[in-house]
Design a protein around this ligand. Structure first.
Ligand SMILES: NC(=O)c1ccc[n+]([C@@H]2O[C@H](COP(=O)([O-])OP(=O)(O)OC[C@H]3O[C@@H](n4cnc5c(N)ncnc54)[C@H](OP(=O)(O)O)[C@@H]3O)[C@@H](O)[C@H]2O)c1
Ligand SMILES: [Zn+2]
Length: 406
């Protein structure tokens, strides 16, 4: 006897699950836009399906409505994010749904932007369309966690990915780090790269490993923007991220960086951003500056010191930790999270919503840090408090841009 998972029943949840799958299939290709899926059902048949595939292209509802054609009238629409209600370059999705005379709209979650949340639903109801909100809401929110952080806080969502040995080291005492995790784990990392807009490392990782930081999969995939934290421009000019031209590279630095050094990097097409005038890159300011450039997600790939500094500043949203069943020992072998640390165990930074999976014989633990009040330092730009950033220009722009482009 083989025991398998029960096949899904046909109900509203199964249609919404399909819409979520459609949305998820576009993860990584919508830039700073959310991923959204839509399924239209009428008389017991799916008559339209769609996903938002690319910023500036049709929203999911429009794709699905186009497929449904005249069948849209009297149908039930399952959509993973509240339909937009603001005019941009084309009429908002709400107006399309109203014009097509759909009967009912089932929404998984409301738009996170406090300036627009609920307005789409209100508009539909005002036109006599039945609206239900909250079906598979948690899944829908998780799917767009990057977009939600970016829109509400004006900061990129940061996934810290690292691979360490069972004794928590990311290299041996001689600095050898190839390879800690197995091929299966490393393959999955390339999918993570495809799904983030930027990838970030500390300059010592560039010096030690000269990584390409591109996405290499069996199918064509998107390269993230490569970001290097380098306060004094120590990055070697012959490193791959400077020379290979495979993807855009941005070096985050400080006022200490010489104009000459900046010019040399610019000559290779590398952009240099000065983030603060302190001894090291002001990471909070750097994240804010990246968000202003519409980078809504960052995959932080170490090394240990940058990982530690990002955690210490409260800037990491999710941790993906690959643990290989190896022990390397050595006091000098670098740890995965290198920071000053807390004094008491009760002050440890905890992770919640843990999930554990395996890639071959590697363990992969994913969790979300829960920062206690006051964790993270105020930025040198004078702004304080890491989680209370008010609605930002990015959020305001969403009204005319993210949800305005048809
Ligand atoms: N297993 C893995 O997944 C993995 C991944 C990556 C790296 N590694 C290994 O990790 C080792 C390198 O790690 P590492 O910890 O020595 O170096 P790192 O984290 O790659 O780079 C640290 C450097 O980043 C710069 N930086 C700029 N702003 C900073 C800030 N605000 N806070 C902290 N650092 C800042 C600093 O140099 P400046 O002060 O000059 O700016 C600092 O020395 C290598 O052996 C590499 O092979 C392993
Ligand atoms: Zn829309």
């Amino acid at each position: 006897m083989t025991i398998t998972e029960r096949p899904p029943e046909l109900n509203g949840e199964s249609y919404m699950r399909l819409a979520l799958q459609l949305a998820e299939s576009a993860a990584g290709q919508t830039a700073s836009n959310p991923v959204v899926g839509c399924v239209i059902v009428k008389g017991g048949r799916i008559v339209g399906m769609g996903a938002h595939l690319q910023r500036g292209h049709h929203h999911a509802e429009v794709h699905a409505l186009l497929m449904a054609g005249s069948e849209a009238a009297g149908s039930t629409v399952y959509v993973t994010l509240e339909p937009c209600s603001h005019f941009g370059r084309t009429p908002p999705c709400c107006d399309r749904l109203i014009a097509e005379k759909v009967k009912k709209v089932v929404v998984a979650c409301l738009d996170p932007n406090p300036l627009v949340a609920g307005t789409g639903v209100e508009r539909l109801r005002a036109h006599g369309i039945e609206v239900e909100v909250g079906l598979l809401e948690e899944e829908a929110k998780r799917l767009n966690e990057r977009f939600f952080k970016y829109i509400v806080h004006g900061m990129p969502f940061v996934t810290l990915k690292t691979a360490c040995t069972l004794d928590g080291r990311i290299a041996t005492k001689t600095g050898d780090s190839k390879w800690i995790s197995n091929g299966e784990s490393r393959k999955y990392v390339h999918t993570l790269r495809h799904r983030h807009q930027a990838i970030m490392v500390g300059v010592d990782t560039i010096i030690a490993d000269d990584p390409q930081l591109t996405t290499r999969l069996d199918v064509p995939a998107l390269h993230p923007v490569r970001i290097v934290a380098d306060s004094k421009l120590r990055i070697p000019l012959d490193s791959r991220v400077v020379r290979d031209g495979e993807a855009k590279t941005i070096v985050l630095t400080t006022k200490q960086a010489s104009l000459e050094g900046i010019r040399r990097l610019n000559a290779y097409g590398v952009e240099v951003m000065r983030c603060g005038d302190g001894p090291q890159v002001d990471l909070r300011l750097a994240m804010r500056m990246l968000a202003e450039r519409e980078i809504s997600s960052v995959l932080l790939e170490g090394g240990g010191r940058l990982n530690g500094a990002m955690l210490e500043a409260g800037l990491v949203d999710r941790v993906v930790l690959f643990i290989a069943p190896k022990l390397v020992g050595g006091e000098k072998a670098p740890p995965a999270f290198n920071w000053a640390g807390v004094e008491r165990m009760k002050d440890a930074l905890k992770l919640e919503r843990l999930s554990v999976t395996t890639y071959g014989d590697d363990l992969c633990v994913t969790g979300y840090p829960v920062y206690p009040d006051g964790w993270g330092e105020p930025s040198s730009d004078g702004s304080a408090g890491k989680r209370e950033t008010p609605v930002t220009p990015a959020a305001k722009e969403e009204i005319s841009d993210v949800h305005g482009i048809g």
